[in-house]
Design a protein around this ligand. Structure first.
Ligand code: TYD
Length: 131
């Protein structure tokens, strides 16, 4: 399955921690868009789509949440709870986000601008697209 957890370098000192991310270094693509989810209502599950082209890195910069990934053959459940860890997700993977802690901030770095035509939001259509 085309995903990986990337552990970012922490620049820590007696003041605390800092993580820096640069295009084509820590991030294996050029970032064209950043968005983040917060104040997610308890029990909410969101996502429910795949992308035709878009690559993303998900970072839970505060709190925790879980990510369900599905490539049409197998599934994975991944917990994001460290601000120095990123989950790289390639295109053609069905994703759902759930179990957000009240303080969760899920930040997403994306390889493309927002484009609704890049989304597959129907699960059966997704299955056909990966067969
Ligand atoms: P939506 O795709 O429903 O979020 P999720 O897949 O996480 O459930 O997006 C929610 C709203 O935000 C929807 O009206 C589209 C808008 N949106 C943007 O305008 N730009 C973006 O980059 C994203 C990701 C969403």
């Amino acid at each position: 399955m085309d995903y990986k957890i990337i552990k970012f370098q922490q620049h820590g000192d007696d003041r605390g921690q800092l993580v820096a991310l640069e295009n084509d270094k820590e991030i294996p693509f050029n970032v064209k868009r950043v968005y983040y989810m917060y104040n997610t209502v308890k029990g909410v599950r969101r996502g429910f789509h795949s992308h035709k082209k878009l690559k993303q890195i998900l970072i839970c910069t505060s709190g925790s949440c879980k990510i369900h990934l599905d490539d049409g053959h197998e599934t994975r459940e991944i917990t994001l709870d460290k601000p120095y860890e990123g989950l790289f997700i390639s295109h053609n993977l069905w994703r759902e986000m759930y179990d957000f802690s009240p303080d969760a901030v899920l930040m997403v770095l994306a390889s493309e601008m927002y484009d609704e035509s890049d989304y597959i939001r129907d699960y059966n259509e997704f299955l056909k697209s990966v067969k």
